[in-house]
Design a protein around this ligand. Structure first.
Ligand SMILES: Cc1cc2nc3c(=O)[nH]c(=O)nc-3n(C[C@H](O)[C@H](O)[C@H](O)COP(=O)(O)OP(=O)(O)OC[C@H]3O[C@@H](n4cnc5c(N)ncnc54)[C@H](O)[C@@H]3O)c2cc1C
Length: 301
């Protein structure tokens, strides 16, 4: 990466970007492990984000876009490019039964805003620790709901066409933890959700119930990226791992959670290599014991 050229661009746009070089992955991901990102950049608005993505493409600097970093694992060798983090893009508007949010706002915060406005439909997302952009990319879901149930459209930066495009729900081609955005070349700037009127107290009760269930079942006090593996059709992944006798299995600082076997946690001082090695062992042992081939949900960078 040509740091001088990148610095020149960032400094030349008076205050539109915060940035740092050689940032440990532990500071930008929920797994709290991995090597250094060569550059980490926080644009302060949609215009700044698009201008940066255009610049990075033109300058042929490798980049990726992250929200809250709650579904990624950065390699111990680090990321030899620019990681663009969207968490300063947080504008939210509610118009009638439509909620529109910029990509960097927490999806949990969107669920709270909807509840306060007496709008139902986003309760399932309360407690998912990611951003709107990450939730759309991953078609995040929980407790019987997912983003594809409520999304109307998303404004995205199209890196090939170098322009903003509006993608409808169909264009986004959302599948199980999958989307057109995840497949590459598109970056979510904002998303619109269609909600419906509901009783704020009932919505709040449902949200609190979901949060309670998370606290009860998930190892929330340890760093992780949530469920490490996708749901295997017809099975509960956590149970498959538990039945293979793998709860508590460790490689270095990485461990199969005792509380929820579907989570690999950083139990202290884990490297990304520890996590990857442990995931490979889990996949091999589950295949051996049940014949089910697990697939990874989290993204390796
Ligand atoms: C404790 C815990 C519980 C979890 N529970 C759930 C759950 O119940 N359900 C669920 O589905 N997930 C869950 N997750 C996983 C994760 O929170 C979700 O996948 C979330 O949607 C990821 O959002 P993020 O902003 O952290 O994305 P990141 O981890 O930052 O990024 C994930 C992917 O999306 C891409 N991306 C992010 N933002 C953009 C953007 N603006 N444009 C284009 N691409 C983008 C990244 O490049 C990356 O490929 C959990 C994670 C943790 C740690």
């Amino acid at each position: 990466m040509n740091r001088t050229e990148l610095k020149l661009f960032l400094d030349g746009h008076g205050g539109e970007y915060e940035y740092a070089f050689d940032v440990p992955a532990s500071e930008i991901t929920s797994f709290r492990c991995g090597g250094n990102a060569e550059a980490v950049i926080y644009p302060n608005g949609e215009g700044a984000l698009c201008a940066l993505l255009r610049f990075l493409s033109d300058a042929e600097i490798k980049y990726c876009v992250l929200g809250c970093g709650t579904n990624v694992l950065i390699d111990d060798a680090g990321y030899d490019g620019a990681i663009v983090i969207t968490t300063k893009l947080t504008e939210l508007k509610i118009d009638g039964e439509t909620l529109r949010s910029e990509c960097g706002r927490g999806i949990t915060s969107c669920a709270s805003a909807a509840q306060k406005a007496g709008l139902s439909g986003l309760s399932f997302a309360y407690g998912i620790p990611g951003s709107v952009g990450g939730a759309v990319t991953m078609n995040a879901g929980a407790y019987g709901g997912e983003i594809s149930d409520v999304i109307v459209s998303a404004d995205c930066w199209d890196a090939d066409a170098q322009k903003i495009v509006t993608l409808t729900r169909d264009d986004l081609s959302l599948g199980y933890r999958d989307s057109a955005v995840k497949r590459g070349g598109l970056y979510v700037l904002s998303a619109q959700f269609a909600l419906h009127r509901g009783d704020p107290d009932a919505i709040l009760a449902e949200m609190n119930d979901f949060m309670e269930r998370r606290r009860d079942k998930q190892p929330l006090s340890c760093p992780s990226a949530g469920s490490f593996f996708k749901r295997a059709p017809g099975h509960f992944t956590g149970k498959l791992i538990e039945d293979a006798g793998l709860k508590g299995l460790r490689v270095g600082g990485a461990m199969v959670s005792e509380k929820h076997a579907g989570f690999i946690i950083n139990a202290g001082g884990a490297s990304a290599g520890d996590v990857k090695k442990l995931a490979e062992i889990v996949m091999a042992r589950v295949l051996e014991s049940s014949g089910v081939a697990l697939e990874r949900e989290i993204i390796y960078l």
